[in-house]
Design a protein around this ligand. Structure first.
Ligand SMILES: Cc1cc2nc3c(=O)[nH]c(=O)nc-3n(C[C@H](O)[C@H](O)[C@H](O)COP(=O)(O)OP(=O)(O)OC[C@H]3O[C@@H](n4cnc5c(N)ncnc54)[C@H](O)[C@@H]3O)c2cc1C
Length: 429
């Protein structure tokens, strides 16, 4: 039983490990240190290119649930994260170098894994997992685009997304500007003092490096909100935070400034922050954007990003196990499937690796239902009813509701996690 894994990032490392642990001989190809993407700097595998946080470790949070599922199912990425964690409150943050070294040593020492250094520029024969990430090298991205007859290079300049449930509608209201058309926007007002405090933090917040935006034309066309804010105290009030035509029903007056939220999915469970494309670091986005009173408790289901992103049109091309529907010997994993985030990438690598190993052993796939975070991600990526497919972090919005009432959001989320972990404990991999 043989398989090839291309890319030893978060997804490829996990996929290779799951295959090897199930007796499959793995050829793991990684182009570092011979060649590096614009974001990778070390020679180790599973390099965290930006934040050293794997986000919340609480079960009331969907990414906390995803981590716990992976932990219980024997994920290498979670084992490495737990072994190298650093103090970070309710989050799982890691010693970046120690984490990557741990994963690298484990993979190098595994008797079933042969490591090959070099850029892969075309798809090999046999069973393959492609996990070359959002910054897949140009040669391979071009080859894949030709093979799939699709464009794969996208410049992601996305604003953050929040859940509707987490917006404080006690201090926000639905309306369109000048009450035109239907009341589609959620308007989040700020007083002069709140605006000044928000602006001060926004202009000094820590930024992530921007990769793939070397083309300044692309960059100008989607100016980050923090860059616009630096042009002057009032620039945002004449731009995306303009209050003109928005009368707060509680005061009967136009507020000093307004952040508008626009519906991002058909169900109205997810909203985006209009005009808030940003490349602030993710924890900084949470800290600063939560200063808007209606967003104080906001649950971010995706942070704003600005980077080149190579990803597939999952709903058209992939099945729930990340296999190419038209040619199942080809499996994709990680950010290039349209999942977003370190843990989500590892989770897709986990599922892709487990499924491929089972297929090679003549076993049926394991059914990870939508009630589990691992299953929900695979189902989201392959959901054929989705139009305008966008990469997504794990969130409770893509997990089916409980079907019974639980008071309080934290309690409800804890119950969703309990339900999932019960299912996971009954799975045999
Ligand atoms: C600039 C940037 C910042 C990000 N910040 C965060 C963050 O703070 N938190 C977060 O959760 N997520 C973040 N992400 C999103 C995402 O979760 C990470 O990119 C994550 O590392 C994706 O995992 P992956 O395994 O799909 O890809 P990667 O971890 O990027 O792994 C892909 C691997 O494939 C290798 N490779 C590429 N092409 C080839 C080839 N042709 N042949 C052989 N090897 C190849 C690369 O060298 C790399 O090692 C960020 C993404 C980017 C681009």
């Amino acid at each position: 039983m043989n398989a090839t894994v291309i890319g030893a990032g978060l997804a490829g490392s996990e996929a290779a490990w799951q295959l090897a642990q199930r007796g499959v001989s793995v050829a793991l190809w990684e182009m570092k240190p011979e060649k590096r993407t614009p974001a990778h700097v070390s020679g180790d595998f599973a390099e965290l290119v930006c934040s050293n946080s794997l986000r919340s470790d609480q079960l009331e949070n969907a990414v906390g649930l995803l981590k716990e599922e992976l932990r219980r199912l024997g994920s290498l990425i979670l084992e490495a994260a737990d072994a190298t964690r650093v103090a970070a409150g309710g989050a799982l943050a890691v010693d970046r170098e120690g984490f990557a070294r741990y994963v690298t040593e484990k993979l190098r020492a595994h008797p079933q894994i042969a490591i090959h250094t070099g850029e892969v520029t075309s798809l090999p024969e046999g069973d393959v997992i492609v996990a070359t990430g959002p910054l897949t090298s140009d040669a391979l991205a071009d080859h894949l685009a030709g093979f799939l007859d699709r464009t794969l290079h996208f410049y992601d300049a996305a604003a953050p997304l929040v859940t509707f449930d987490s917006v404080d509608m006690g201090s926000a209201w639905f309306a369109s500007r000048y009450d035109k058309g239907t009341a589609d926007y959620i308007n989040c007002p700020l007083t002069e003092a709140e605006y000044a405090a928000f602006w001060t933090e926004l202009v000094s917040a820590q930024e992530a490096e921007v990769h793939g935006f070397e083309d300044s034309g692309v960059f100008e066309g989607c100016m980050p909100v923090e860059v616009m804010a630096r042009r002057g105290l009032d620039t945002l009030r004449y731009g995306p935070l303009k209050p003109r035509g928005l009368r707060d029903p509680r005061t009967g007056k136009e507020p000093y400034a307004v952040v508008q939220l626009r519906r991002d999915n058909a169900q109205g469970t997810i909203y985006n922050l209009v005009g808030f494309q940003t490349h602030l670091r993710w924890p900084e986005q949470k800290r600063v954007f939560s200063m808007v009173p209606a967003l104080r408790e906001a649950e971010f289901v995706r942070y704003g990003v600005m980077h080149r992103n190579t990803y597939l049109d999952g709903p058209r091309l992939l099945d729930r196990y990340y296999r190419l529907k038209a040619l199942p010997r080809l499996v994709f994993a990680g950010q290039m499937t349209g999942v977003e985030g370190y843990v989500e990438s590892a989770a897709s690598g986990f599922l892709a690796g487990v499924e491929l190993a089972r297929r090679l052993r003549g076993e049926p796939p394991v059914d990870f239902p939508a009630e589990t975070a691992i299953g929900a991600l695979g189902l989201y990526v392959s959901n054929t009813s989705v139009t305008n497919f966008q990469p997504m972090n794990i969130n409770f919005g893509i997990i089916p509701p409980l079907g019974y009432k639980v008071r309080g959001k934290r309690n409800k989320n804890a119950e969703l996690s309990r339900r999932s972990l019960e299912i996971v404990s009954g799975l045999t991999l």
